[in-house]
Write a protein that binds this ligand. Structure first.
Ligand code: NAI
Length: 377
């Protein structure tokens, strides 16, 4: 099989996530970059695409033009990535899925639960793959943690504690900066600020490693910078389908914390800890035993962690390679292989249901509410 043909919408010059997708998609030579609508300004997007080496007839000005141009071609793209701002994900993902394209959508997949259910239904009926870029789940040592839990190496999981708390929006004098302000403005960001932006990565990770879904939650939201309408700090307690107790703190005002994403899983016979700032290491403590550091690339890892360890032991492995692992799993899935680690539309929908449940709970003083999408109750 030759290279798969790949297209991207959004992720233009200067965007935050665009470079990670280009590096990730192209890292292994399994995709070639063929078509794009990179920018909300058509001419700017076209011009950048030409500089990136795309042919002029496939450097589209907007996604509608790209869909019209690609859908009837015999050499049409095999995969499209949607890396635009959140409010556009639903209509673009829906349109491409309905035309039979495989889609990798950025998180959050949609703005509402109803939209999420619609995408899930379209994806379930179609042969096309709909994946969501929960890329942290593709770090090799996260896969190691997941397989250790699956194989019972820490016993039944009692408790999961996770944080995604940084301090980069903690400067009140910067709150009106347009690049910061939109994230706390309901018209631009939807019903939730920090929880929908970063908290859902942590919530997805808890389900991914533990292997159970979030069923109920209770949330406390705060806008610690008072001019913000949406929350910049949230504490969410949750319960999972297998009985695991969950605690999640997410914040954008935690000055001194940088990336700030970590997770601890406490089982009956051991505990695990992984932190995105030291992604090559998984910390494991068996009950009554010594704490051990399990290192990416070392011998004896479980097969998925071994497969996704791309760089020799002791050399650092970074964020774009986790995105590259998502693209590798997509290439395998497009070729018909089963890749059960690939985050799908169902994961995107479950996150949206949790965001809306957390908003409801926070408004009701932390009342416990059902966090499952109606179609999965
Ligand atoms: P950004 O604001 O830095 O870049 C957005 C890009 O999309 C710009 O190039 C803009 O011109 C383009 N764009 C906007 N509307 C468009 C349209 N209708 N058609 C074509 N292009 C359009 O945004 P950023 O931070 O790159 O975020 C984009 C998405 O990626 C968001 O949904 C965000 O939540 C997600 N993201 C995910 C991360 C992850 O860890 N998975 C990390 C960072 C962002």
């Amino acid at each position: 099989m030759g290279k798969l043909k790949w297209g991207m919408i959004g992720g233009g010059e200067g965007s935050q996530i665009g470079p990670a997708h280009r590096l990730g998609a192209l890292a292994d030579g399994r995709f070639e970059f063929i078509a794009s609508a990179l920018d909300h300004r058509p001419d700017v997007g076209r011009e950048y695409a030409l500089r990136l080496g795309l042919a002029a007839d496939r450097a589209y000005g907007d996604w509608q033009e790209m869909l019209a141009g690609e859908k009837d071609r015999s050499d049409r793209i095999n995969l499209v990535t949607v890396a635009t701002p959140n409010s556009t994900h639903f209509e673009i993902t829906k349109a491409f899925l309905e035309a039979g394209f495989n889609v990798l959508c950025e998180k959050p997949m949609t703005m509402t639960v109803e939209e999420g259910e619609e995408i899930q239904k379209i994806a379930a009926k179609s042969d096309a793959i709909c994946a969501v870029n929960y890329c942290y789940s593709a770090y090799p040592m996260v896969r190691q943690a997941r397989d250790m839990v699956r194989l019972g190496e820490i016993g039944k999981v009692r408790l999961v504690v996770t944080n995604f708390s940084h301090g980069h929006h903690g400067d009140a004098t910067d709150a009106d900066n347009p690049r910061v302000r939109w994230r706390y403005d309901p018209a631009m960001a939807g019903v939730s600020g920090q929880f929908a932006d970063c908290g859902i990565h942590a919530l997805h990770m808890a389900s991914f490693i533990v292997g159970d879904e979030v069923e109920t939650l209770s949330a406390d939201f705060a806008s610690t910078i008072l001019s913000r309408e949406l929350e910049d700090d949230a504490m969410v307690n949750f319960r999972m389908s297998g009985g695991t107790v969950g605690r999640l703190w997410t914040s954008s005002v935690a000055i001194g914390r940088q990336h700030g994403f970590d997770i601890q899983i406490f089982g009956e016979t051991g505990g695990l800890r992984w932190a995105s700032e030291q992604p090559n290491q998984l910390i494991y403590t068996p009950v009554g035993g010594r704490t051990q550091i399990i290192e990416k690339g070392e011998g004896g890892l479980h097969p998925d962690a071994q497969r996704l360890s791309r760089v020799a032991i002791a050399h650092p492995e970074g964020f774009p390679l986790a995105v590259a692992n998502i693209y590798c799993d997509l290439a395998d899935a497009i070729a018909g292989e089963t890749r059960d680690g690939l985050p799908t539309a169902e994961a995107g929908l479950r996150s949206m249901a949790a965001v809306h449940a957390a908003v409801r709970s926070a408004k009701e003083n932390g009342a416990w509410v059902d966090a499952r999408p109606p179609m999965f109750r």
